[in-house]
Structure formats: C-alpha cells, structure tokens
Design a binder for this molecule. Structure first.
Ligand code: NAD
Length: 267
C-alpha cells in the first residue's frame, strides 16, 4: 500500500459512524467523511445528555455502521470496544489519548473479536517522524546524546504528555532497545540533580488554540539535532483517520496501529 493510505474505491461506500461527534475532532471527522467518496456518514453520536442536530444514540449508530471512528475519552473508548466485540462489529478506530496500561489491555482483549486501530495521532507526517526518531535513536547513543521530547497543544487538552509525544518516546526507546517506562522523565521541578544518561525527557506547553507541535531533540556537547512536526489544522488528523477507516473496513480481528495502516515495517 502507498504511504498515503490510499486504497481503491470500494463498490459501495463504507458506512461510518462518528463517536464524540459534538467534540472538536468529531466535527472535523464528520467533515472528512463527507469529503471522501469512499465513505458514507451514517451516524453521529456523543455521550448521553449531549444535544445536537442529527445525533443518535450509540446503539443505533452501531447498528448502521461498518466502521466507528471515535474521538472521545479512554474510558468511553474501552466501553465502545467492548460493545463492538460483544456484537462482533462494527470495526473500530480509536483516536483518544491518555489510556492507562489497564485500559490498553482491555482494548487488546476486545480486539481479539473485532478489528481495532488505535492511534494517538493519525497524521502521516507524525508517523513518518516516529520512524526517523527510532532510526536516529538507534545510532545516536545515550553516552553522547540526550533525548528530550517537547510538545505544545491547545488550552483544552486534558492529558499530558500528548499521545503523540509518548509514541515518539516509545519510538526512541525502541531505537535504543530500552523500556520507555524505565527511562522516561515526565516533568522536572525543583532540585532535580543532574541529568542521567539514557533518560528520555518530556516537556509540555498548553495554551490558546495550538493544534499540535512536537519536537524530538538529540542534544550532545557539540551538536544538537532536532526533528519536529507541526500540525496546522485538525482536519489533518481526520483525513488520516479516514484513510485508516478505509484500511480497517475489511480487516480480521486484531489490535492495529498506524504502522499497520501505512505499511511501515516494524524492524
Ligand atoms: P473534545 O472534548 O472536543 O471532544 C470529545 C467528545 O467526546 C465530546 O463531545 C464529549 O461529549 C464526547 N464524549 C465523552 N464521553 C463520551 C461517551 N461516553 N460517549 C460518546 N461521546 C463521549 O476533545 P477533542 O479535542 O475532540 O479530542 C478528543 C480525543 O482525541 C482526545 O483524547 C485527544 O487527545 C484526541 N486526539 C487524537 C488525535 C489523533 O490523531 N488520534 C488528534 C487530536 C485529538
């Protein structure tokens, strides 16, 4: 498959339901589906009590859809994955961030019965950046190069570091053959002591309407390499999710991510 995630047009459009439809990403997602001739928007739903033109309840949406694209919360995503697994469908794209390890395990369990793509960031460029970071981290070892990841997002974002920052950290850790949980330094304050070689540091900025900025710095005594990505419009994530929806529409059960969708190798 091409890296754009392009697939041939199916005979009939793939029926898409959007979860979290009243939210920022839900609205961008509905626009992306309407703009994609391979997809048909059949339902939009949000949490009970949220009013909005054309919203249906979740059960009705699951009846109508081939694929549900969901940008809600980790807990709502887990419940949705369990509901789809119990029914044997529809297939699922989960775009929320901030999952705990337990919640990821619950989704993996549901994915034994239904195809689930879970991605903290659906942009092609950001996923390309992950590959570059993994390669750089493999070569630029911890004795000489300190890895620091910085991210900036809008004032409404509720989790930190961002899902994409954590994915970049995981890519760097993979490159170095270490476990991110053992080397991550998530926030420094006060008398922290000197930096430990091999740490992967995170720093976070929140403000205004920033869509999403990520930078990975490899800092040595004598040079600094910075690899970065800037999202200009959240329609970017929605278009990536639309490509992932086309990809997942005929997949067997499994817990997938954007590397699967984009056909990136895992070595
Ligand atoms: P938002 O707060 O604007 O929207 C979230 C929506 O989910 C709200 O309308 C809320 O009512 C709804 N919701 C909450 N619980 C629900 C439930 N149980 N059932 C149905 N709907 C429910 O947030 P947002 O900016 O749209 O972001 C949503 C998530 O997507 C966040 O976790 C964010 O980090 C993530 N995100 C992912 C990507 C990506 O590419 N994967 C890109 C941007 C944002």
């Amino acid at each position: 498959m091409a890296c754009s995630g392009e697939t041939a047009l199916p005979d009939a459009p793939i029926k898409i339901a959007v979860g979290g439809a009243a939210g920022r990403m839900g609205q961008a997602m509905a626009d992306a589906v309407r703009a994609d001739p391979a997809l048909q928007l059949v339902a939009r739903f949000d949490r009970p009590g949220v009013e909005g033109a054309g919203l249906v309840d979740r059960a009705a949406a699951l009846e109508l859809a081939d694929v549900v694209v969901d940008f809600t919360t980790p807990q709502a995503s887990v419940e949705l994955a369990q509901a789809c697994a119990e029914r044997g469908g529809p297939r699922l794209l989960l775009g929320a961030t901030g999952f705990s390890d337990e919640q990821v395990a619950e989704i993996a369990e549901a994915a034994k019965r239904v195809a689930v793509v879970r991605a903290g960031n659906f942009s092609l460029g950001l996923n390309m950046l992950m590959g570059f970071v993994e390669r750089a981290a493999r070569v630029l070892g911890p004795d000489a190069y300190d890895i620091e990841i910085s991210e900036a997002h809008h004032r409404h974002k509720v989790d930190a570091p961002s899902g994409a920052a954590l994915m970049l950290g995981a890519a760097a850790a993979r490159g170095r053959g270490v476990d991110l949980d053992k080397v991550a330094k998530r926030g420094r304050d006060g008398i922290t002591g000197a930096r430990t070689a091999g740490d992967i540091g995170f720093s976070v900025l929140r403000g205004g309407g920033i869509v999403g900025e990520h930078a990975v710095t490899f800092a040595a005594e004598d040079e600094i390499l910075t690899l970065s990505h800037s999202a200009r419009d959240r329609g970017l994530f929605a278009r990536g999710a639309a490509a992932a929806a086309r990809w997942v529409a005929d997949r067997p059960p499994g817990h997938y991510d954007m590397r699967d969708v984009l056909g990136f190798s895992r070595d």
